[in-house]
Design a protein around this ligand. Structure first.
Ligand code: ATP
Ligand code: MG
Length: 879
């Protein structure tokens, strides 16, 4: 067996499986994609799950990878066993329904004994109890000694996670200590003692399990294997553990140099040295893949590892930040295999430094307090620390729970986890409740409002829209951060900014924050406690970190439009005072890039003329091209100068007075145009009341006003084309048309009445004698109420003695009128009763006097039927 560098083993493995028809794929990111079940990639097959489950089509049915893995479950073992790291690389080859046991077992044997030339008598194999198939292949298709094959149970040799694809596995082990074992029991014991080391696991995914112990054989079984690269390197390099292989040893030696300790002299020192080596490696890899330190999820894993490493530094006597120096050694040794480490070196070191610095600020006081807790517990013979105390260490001193537990473990004390979790939950709920409040006053639980009071922001945006400054603080809705990465949102505070924070009715600026590699969108800007300015951001590309110098760029187009609207608001106030009187005062305003809204004191609605006058004054002053000048002065000086100010507002000692020529002078902290001419055009679009004695004007400026006028003009053009006249004739034409319409309406009525009288002869044909009374009943069309009554009257006169009932449909509705001559009444005739029944038939109602009645109905199609019934109704009445 010849010495092989770690990089040579990596290459040899991937090359071997390429020669067996596999596609070599790069390591996937440590951050799982579309997989909520996993915080971090922990095995070669994890990122390939969609190919195993058939959700996605693999690029080839044979794939081989060297996958970066993080296993925090092994954290307790790190530094103590020879074979565990929280970060390691897993070599793997995968068959997605392609080859199976018959191929992989002989290939594995070929690779380790043929390619790597590991002596066969140093190897052991385990298989699952019932897997005779695997036994058969091992003993017939390879020359593995059957005495070195052990059958183990489910916990060792069956791969299963809940329900779904699962199956037995076969594992290959190396006899590191050269012990003699003959039974499965002896074998397991030697493994526990780290004398025999498992290095390759071949999983045969051949079943679909229901999670209750029932298995169905898969038609297309899969192969998933995983070999620890570091473990194989310990074998090929003949060293004791994974910290002594070439690429890791260099890091470990680097740590020794930094902390001033020698490796191999003291057991506990060695453990700390290994922990620092391993954890900084994991932290660097995670940062490189975009994980951010935080209090949740994978960010918390990162923070925990980093703080654990920092604490072991303390155990070794280090006082200052040192982990960033270890990062250099990690990059030197892993940068060839993972070039992104080189590209992100500065960034990784910066975050590591910031995180360690933050922890360093509290670690000593935290350790002192923890010591007190321990002494107290020992004195009182307690074996459980109150969860509240562990939570205080977590919340105030940044001690991850696991770190506290680990330190307590040395004294055999545990933590009341339930109480810890309750404290955590309560705090989260408090934070959530506080977040619900919109104002920053009193909502002090929100990270945004917990920022150090010593932090301030200088606003330098009156004459500037771009400048460079450095980031002082970053927070998200959940926590304070050292950095923010692509896809995340949060709040950024810089030393200086050109971004105007929402204030005095003027909206906050938007724009970009840029570095050479990062692009961050500023979606809003608001003042925070103490006047510091919060940029509301969304990272579009790359990441930004505290301490970094960034370029802040306000969106100029929006800013310019806002300025136009803001200056115009001042001018509008002055114009209204001229038109309406000195009682006009601002009672509120809102200015954004699209329009302005100005609320002011005035007792009645403005007339059209008043609005026009105010608008003309503002436009005149725009055309006067007045310079807009800002002077900073004391509030007293400002008052003396006659500047307008809001009565209720509190002003600081120094105020800004904004003057538009000698037209308007107002106290204001907002941004303005340099000359009134920039406003271009001013247009009032509405006037309304908002409260008793308060009116509101909405107006547009610049292109907003121009577009408004244009759209009105377009409407006018359309109207003139519909009216078929020139634009200037539109009003004349409409007046003319509406006069014509009135005349026509009158004509129509006259014509209808004429028609009705013309139909009189026809109608008289509908007379019948009922019980000796003349009854006339007729269904008519388009004769409206009045005309129908007149007609009915006429008919009654014509027939002299009798009853007349008429019904007429006008646009879907029906009217009825009934009239009777006096002489018929004693015979039982009652128009009210007749009309009621008739109307009911046509879905209506009505009634009236015995000699005259009217009604209406809805069902025009029942009109004929209703009229035919009249004779029957009369008959009934008379009888
Ligand atoms: P062990 O029992 O030794 O922790 P495992 O059964 O957890 O190993 P598998 O899940 O089968 O290991 O992973 C496949 C291979 O990955 C192992 O054979 C080993 O070579 C490697 N491996 C697993 N965990 C680690 C670790 N924490 N550090 C380094 N290599 C590891
Ligand atoms: Mg394990």
């Amino acid at each position: 067996m010849k010495f092989m560098k770690t990089s040579e083993i990596r290459e040899s493995y991937l090359g071997f499986f390429e020669s067996k028809g596999h596609l070599r794929m790069d390591s996937f990111s440590l951050v799982p994609k579309n997989d909520k079940s996993l915080l971090l990639i922990n095995a070669g097959m994890a990122p390939l799950k969609p190919y195993f489950t058939g959700v996605e089509e693999p690029p080839r049915r044979r794939v081989t990878t060297c996958q970066k893995c993080i296993r925090t479950g092994d954290i307790e073992n790190v530094g103590k066993t020879s074979r565990h790291g929280t970060f390691f690389e897993m070599l793997g080859n995968f068959s997605f329904g392609d080859y199976f046991k018959n191929e992989i077992i002989p290939w594995a044997w070929e690779y380790i004994t043929g390619v790597l030339q590991i002596p066969k008598d140093k190897l052991f194999v385990t298989i699952y109890l019932d897997d005779d198939e695997a036994y058969e292949i091992w003993t017939t298709k390879t020359d593995m000694d059957p005495n070195r094959i052990f059958r183990l149970g489910k916990e060792d040799n069956f791969w299963e996670h809940g329900s779904g694809p699962c199956g037995p596995c076969t594992e290959i082990h190396y006899n590191k200590a050269g012990v003699t074992v003959t039974t499965a029991e002896e074998f397991v014991k030697a493994g526990d003692e780290d004398k025999i080391v498992e290095f390759w696991n071949l999983v045969f995914t051949q079943f679909d399990g229901d999670g209750k112990g029932n298995y169905e054989r898969l038609a297309n079984p899969n192969i998933d294997t995983g070999m620890g690269l570091e473990r194989m390197a310990t074998i090929m390099q003949g060293v004791d553990n994974i910290f002594e292989i070439d690429i890791v040893k260099d890091i470990l030696q680097g740590v020794c140099g930094i902390v001033g300790k020698e490796y191999g002299k003291d057991k506990n020192t060695d453990i700390s040295l290994r922990i620092i080596t391993d954890h900084v490696k994991s932290v660097s890899m995670m940062l490189c893949d975009g994980v951010q330190p935080s209090n949740e999820g994978r960010g918390y894993v990162l923070r925990r590892l980093l703080r654990r490493a920092a604490r072991h530094g303390r155990l070794l006597g280090v006082k200052d930040e040192f982990l960033y120096k270890v990062v250099d050694f990690v990059i030197d040794n892993y940068g060839d295999a993972y070039p992104a480490l080189h590209q992100k070196a500065d960034y990784i070191k910066k975050i590591v430094t910031l995180e360690e610095k933050r922890f360093n600020e509290t670690i000593d006081s935290g350790m002192d307090i923890l010591k007190e807790y321990i002494e107290e517990a020992v004195k009182e013979n307690k074996t459980v620390l109150e969860g509240e105390k562990a939570f205080k260490l977590y919340d105030t001193y940044g001690f991850p729970l696991e770190l506290t537990e680990e330190i307590l473990e040395e004294k055999s004390i545990t933590v009341d986890i339930e109480e810890f979790n309750k404290n955590m939950k309560d705090q989260r709920e408090r934070a959530r409740a506080a977040r619900g409040e919109s104002s920053y006053m009193g909502a002090d639980e929100v990270p945004l409002n917990k920022i150090d009071a010593s932090i301030t922001t200088k606003f330098d945006g009156y004459n500037n829209t771009t400048l460079k400054s450095n980031i002082l603080v970053i927070v998200t809705d959940e926590e304070e951060r050292t950095a923010l990465t692509s896809g995340e949102t949060g709040y950024v505070f810089t030393e200086t900014t050109p971004f105007y924070a929402e204030m005095g009715g003027q909206v906050g600026d938007t724009g970009l924050i840029l570095t050479e590699t990062a692009k961050v969108k500023v979606t809003n800007c608001k003042k925070n406690v103490g006047g510091k300015i919060a940029h509301y951001v969304e990272v579009l590309e790359g990441s930004i970190a505290v301490g970094e110098t960034v370029e802040l760029k306000v969106c100029e187009k929006k800013r310019k439009n806002v300025c136009k609207n803001h200056t115009a608001t001042h001018m509008l106030q002055e114009a209204l005072r001229e038109v309406l009187g000195e009682h006009v005062h601002q009672s509120g305003s809102y200015v954004d890039e699209e329009r302005l809204r100005f609320d002011f004191t005035h007792f009645s609605a403005l007339s059209k003329e008043e609005i026009e006058k105010a608008e003309i004054i503002v436009n005149e002053k725009i055309m006067d091209v007045f310079d807009v000048v800002t002077n900073v002065m004391t509030i007293e000086e400002a008052k003396k100068s006659g500047a307008m100010a809001l009565f209720d507002d509190k002003y600081s000692e120094e105020v800004r007075v904004v003057s538009v020529g000698d037209f308007s002078k107002e106290l204001c902290g907002g941004t303005h145009v340099r000359n009134s001419g920039e406003i271009g055009l001013f247009k009032i679009i509405s006037e309304s009341g908002v409260a008793a004695g308060v009116r509101r004007i909405e107006a547009l400026t610049g292109f907003g006003a121009i577009h408004y006028v244009e759209s009105k003009n377009k409407e006018l053009k359309e109207i003139s084309s519909i009216l078929k006249c020139s634009e200037s004739d539109v009003i004349k034409k409409i007046e003319q048309q509406s006069n014509e319409l009135k005349i026509k309406e009158k004509e129509i009525i006259e014509l209808k009445n004429k028609l009705a009288s013309g139909a009189e002869e026809d109608i008289l044909n509908n007379i019948k004698e009922v019980e000796g009374i003349k009854v006339l009943s007729a269904a008519l069309k388009d004769i409206d109420g009045n005309a129908l009554r007149d007609l009915c009257d006429k008919m009654r006169d014509k027939i002299g003695s009798g009853v007349v009932v008429l019904g007429s449909e006008v646009s879907g509705k029906v009217n009825f009128v009934a009239m009777a001559s006096k002489d018929t009444l004693p015979k039982g005739i009652h128009c009210g009763k007749i009309i009621k029944e008739v109307a009911t038939i046509a879905g209506g109602s009505g009634g009236g006097r015995p000699d005259m009645a009217q009604a209406g109905g809805k069902d025009a199609e029942k009109l004929e039927c209703a009229m035919e019934n009249v004779f029957e109704i009369v008959k009934k009445l008379v009888k």
